[in-house]
Design a protein around this ligand. Sequence first.
Ligand code: UDP
Ligand code: MG
Length: 329
Amino acid sequence: MVSVIDYNYSRENPSRKISVVIPVYNESTNILKVIERLDKVFMRLNYHHEYIFVDDGSVDTTADVLKSMHELNGNIHYIELSKNFGHQNALKAGMDMASGDCIISMDGDLQHPPELLPLFISKWEEGHEIVYSRRRASEGNSAYKKFTSNLFYNLLNKVSEVKLEQGTADFRLIDRKVADILLQFNEIEPFLRGIVKWVGFSQYAIDYDAEQRFSDKSKYSLKKMFRLAMQGITSFSIRPLYTAVFIGFSISFLSLLYFPYVIYSLMAGKAIAGWASIITTIVFFGGLQITLMGVIGIYVGKIFLQTKLRPNYIIRNTSLDKRYDLAKF
Ligand code: UDP
Ligand code: MG
């Protein structure tokens, strides 16, 4: 458990409001516990606050739990999306609708300990517009998750212009100034942790140990994780396209070295080398071509989706004032 030693109560400004945004997808077994832990934290803090749960098209009882919690406590709000739009879009929906002077985003499974919030807030009161977190390599994650996450950050940082530190997830605080800027972002498949890094401002990092998921299992399937990784890589860089050209060039150059051998074989009247080597080469280059076409395809797909200007999310129902259009572009 995290202690709050660093928290500086003297800086509290009770007239300011804090919004906590929590995207949830089939998390009905976790919501009450999240609220309980958040309440404990806010009881000791002197701030107006609201919790905004974004129901990302859950098919369990998440929507009902949220509605009854809202009836019990007017500070607890929900935004129900019309279907599953994915974690990043759900998060954007919550951040777009939040009205706080700062917005804290966290997961709805208690892997992001709410006890860290006072530290986030005190760093914000010190003047940092973005306070983000870095997950220490910890028990809280399986070896599989650690491996995929390492692979993701290494790859992303190799190919992308925006450098992300290992373990930065969507557990962070952003000031109203930053939130207003993010409101203007209308790119499809937003990769928020990259965008937040990219916007600049004074950013402060907090290291923490992730906890185990409180209940249920991860909502990020391998497919969703792969998609997020591809989004992260392709929304911040066109370097993979250059890499593709580089690989193509290198191979063409290497193949030139084959010529003298072919000519020598002809002169010497030797039989051309066997079937196995030819088929291996064909398969290798076939795979490579398809992969590289896929890379180009991802970018073309992005252009295609972006030109349609579809909204990032559609709100079916919400307990918040409809300050913005129901479908946000
Ligand atoms: N989530 C979501 N939509 C999705 C997948 C996940 O809103 O399509 C939410 C999920 O309920 C959780 C957060 O995003 O609050 C992080 O997901 P999860 O804990 O499953 O991911 P992991 O921690 O395994 O990366
Ligand atoms: Mg989780």
